[in-house]
Structure formats: structure tokens, C-alpha cells
Design a protein around this ligand. Structure first.
Ligand code: PLP
Length: 365
């Protein structure tokens, strides 16, 4: 079977096999990873290796801290303004449900200014840069670089300087983190829940430029103060040790991927491009299905699509499940179908989906 869930989502099979093999006894330590103290040398070696591998994969500059936190991206919607806003103004760009949620939560902690929105386009394209009204004095600018529900992705991150803002750019990249390289010259903070491309739920990654530490509001819980977390190597409180370990196995998986002459993240990205092209090209040419997102804003990770005859939705889902194609139902706010094709989804999985969709269209058209 192939699992198209938006998250928690499919993970590489060899990673899960390795985790299963190490479940009771990690590297002859006599302990499973779940049973280890986070202060012991075994877990510290796992933690450090995972961070080093993530830094290598994403080419994270030395002046950024990598924090392994908890609470998911929804908690970050509050933790971020507590840490960065100083209670002043912050700009938010609305591109879909997730950025909308971020802006709403931040209102408790700072003066949220909606700098741009694509609501009039029903979240089917990025708001044109010409429409962005950035503040002169924003503490930061927040965007969601891949809207998981609406299937809209920023293929290039905004260059805030070119748009007239000196504010640091913050991205919620939950659903495409580690699917492509990140341009650190444009990003000051990147955060995301792990449960898509990285590992199990319970772990939140926050990658933050060092000069932004130490600004937290006095009300910030100490376990959520980026400076405290950074100073303690993400071990101020007990971190989600098992999720951190699995994330480390996934980072090693990313590093060993090859695609022609490409290796590591470049190979993973090339495969993601090929998978998305296969699916979108079929949908566009089918006459039976449609994707409503502007072509240059389509997500490589989350592909919402509709049957033109929506009375067939239930039959489509039932037959897909029968064919081993799981969790294709669209988010309730959008309807239709959604195929999430994260890093661990092989091209063969997308091919199986396209073959099924063709067959369904032939027999129901
Ligand atoms: N932001 C984005 C882009 C997401 O895709 C999700 C979850 O799907 C969230 C935020 C919320 O994440 P969590 O449930 O881990 O808090």
C-alpha cells in the first residue's frame, strides 16, 4: 500500500526497519532509545549526529541555532511572537489556512498587520509582490512557505530587502522542510513540525539566527524561550528523544539518496520534482480531474485535486483504498481529494496513483 496522508505521513521503509531492529538494544548499549536518559552519552551522540546531519543536508550557516522543540507548529504560532515581537508590530502574509491560523494566534502577543492576502483568489495563488504592504517597523515578517491544505508553495522565498523591508523573514515550512534546499540569505527563522518529511510527531524544528535570541517577552515560559533552549542544546527540558532519534535516521536516509549523478537533498528534490510533474501533468490532461492552483504556485508536496463529477467522490475513495492507495480524502475545508507526496513517497507510489486514476476515469467517464 501507499499512504498519501498529509501528516503524520509515510516514512522511508528502511528507516522503520532499522528502528525496529534497534528497538530493544541500540548499538549494543543494552537499552532501546526510548529508555535512554537524554543526558547519557548514548543519546547525546544520537542527538549531536542528527543535528550535524541536518546542518549538512540544509547547509545551515554556523550563525543559526537548531532547536529540537515540542508543541508542533501550532504552538510555534504563539512561541514565535513571544520570542521575536517584543510586543510590537509583526507583518503576516496570508496564503491559506495555516498562515491564517498563525496570524490569529499572534494577535494575543503583538500588533499583527496583514501585509498581503490571497483570500480573494480562494488561496489558489501567492499574492503578487506588488500587493504586499510591508510595515516600516515590523519585528518580523511571517509567511507559510508551503500551505499544506491549499497546496500552494513558495518556490522562491520573498526577498524582503527588495520589497523595502529590513525585517527578518520567518517561515512556517512544516510541510516542505527538507524537500528542497533553503535560501538562508533570505530566512532568519524556519520552523516546522516533524511529522511530514522528518519523522514522527512530537518534535518541532526551529532554526533561528543567533542575533534574534534573547528578545523573549517576560511572559514566555522558560521551556519555550529560544535563548534558554539554545543555551541548553535543546535539553533544558526532556526533549522528545525517540522522535529526535528517528529524525536522525531520516536525515541519514536523505544523505544516502542518489538520483543519476545527484546525491542527498539534491537527489530528493529531483525526485520530488519528477513525482509532482507526473501527477499534475496527468490531472491537467485528464479532463476528468482538476487542480485549481495557479501552475507556478503548485506545491510539490501536497496536491489537492477534484473529480469534475463530485458525486463519484465516495466511490473514488473506496476503490482507491481497495487498490492500496490510502488517505486520499481532501481536507474538509477544501473538499475533494489530496495526495501528499512527501520525500518518502517513491515515484512508484505516484505512478500507482496515476494508473488508478486513469482506470477510474475510464470506467466512470
Ligand atoms: N503549519 C503547517 C504548514 C502545517 O502543515 C501544519 C500541520 O499540518 C501545522 C502548521 C500544524 O502543525 P502541528 O499540528 O504539528 O502543530
Amino acid at each position: 500500500p501507499f499512504n498519501f496522508s498529509a501528516g503524520p505521513a509515510t516514512l522511508p521503509e528502511d528507516v522503520l526497519q532499522q528502528a525496529a531492529a534497534e528497538m530493544l538494544d541500540w548499538h549494543g548499549s543494552g537499552m532501546g532509545v526510548m529508555e535512554m536518559s537524554h543526558r547519557g552519552k548514548e543519546f547525546i551522540s544520537i542527538a549531536q549526529q542528527a543535528e550535524a546531519d541536518l546542518r549538512e543536508i540544509l547547509s545551515i550557516p554556523a550563525n543559526y541555532k537548531v532547536l529540537f522543540m515540542q508543541g508542533g507548529a501550532i504552538a510555534e504560532n504563539a512561541i514565535l511572537p513571544m520570542n521575536l515581537s517584543r510586543g510590537a508590530r509583526a507583518d503576516y502574509v496570508i496564503t491559506g489556512s495555516w498562515s491564517q491560523k498563525s496570524a490569529k494566534e499572534a494577535r494575543t502577543y503583538c500588533d499583527v498587520h496583514v501585509a498581503a492576502t490571497n483570500e480573494a483568489d480562494l488561496h489558489t495563488r501567492m499574492p503578487a509582490y506588488g500587493s504586499w504592504q510591508l510595515s516600516k517597523d515590523a519585528a518580523y515578517v511571517h509567511v507559510c512557505s508551503n500551505e499544506t491544505i491549499h497546496g500552494v508553495e513558495m518556490h522562491e522565498l520573498p526577498d524582503l530587502k527588495a520589497l523595502g523591508s529590513d525585517a527578518p523573514l520567518v517561515i512556517d515550512c512544516s510541510s516542505h522542510l527538507a524537500s528542497r534546499p533553503l535560501d538562508w540569505s533570505r530566512v532568519a527563522v524556519a520552523y516546522g513540525g516533524a511529522q511530514k518529511n522528518i519523522g514522527p510527531s512530537g518534535l518541532t524544528l526551529v532554526i533561528v539566527r543567533e542575533d534574534l535570541l534573547g528578545r523573549a517577552l517576560p511572559i514566555t515560559p522558560s521551556a519555550f524561550d529560544y535563548q534558554t533552549v539554545a543555551k541548553n542544546d535543546s535539553m533544558y527540558n526532556t526533549p522528545p528523544t525517540y522522535a529526535w532519534y528517528i529524525a536522525g535516521l531520516v536525515f541519514q536516509w536523505v544523505k544516502r539518496q542518489t538520483e543519476g549523478a545527484l546525491t542527498g537533498l539534491a537527489a530528493v528534490e529531483a525526485r520530488n520534482i519528477a513525482k509532482a510533474a507526473l501527477l499534475y501533468d496527468y490531472i491537467d490532461g485528464s479532463g476528468f480531474y482538476e487542480n485549481r492552483v495557479a501552475v507556478d504556485c503548485r506545491s510539490r508536496m501536497n496536491v489537492p485535486f477534484f473529480l469534475k463529477n463530485e458525486t463519484l467522490n465516495d466511490a473514488f475513495l473506496a476503490d482507491a483504498k481497495e487498490a492500496g492507495l490510502l488517505q486520499l480524502k481532501g481536507h474538509k475545508s477544501v473538499g475533494g481529494m489530496r495526495a501528499s507526496v512527501y520525500n518518502a513517497m517513491p515515484l512508484a507510489g505516484v505512478q500507482a496513483l496515476v494508473d488508478f486514476m486513469k482506470h477510474f476515469a475510464r470506467t466512470h467517464g
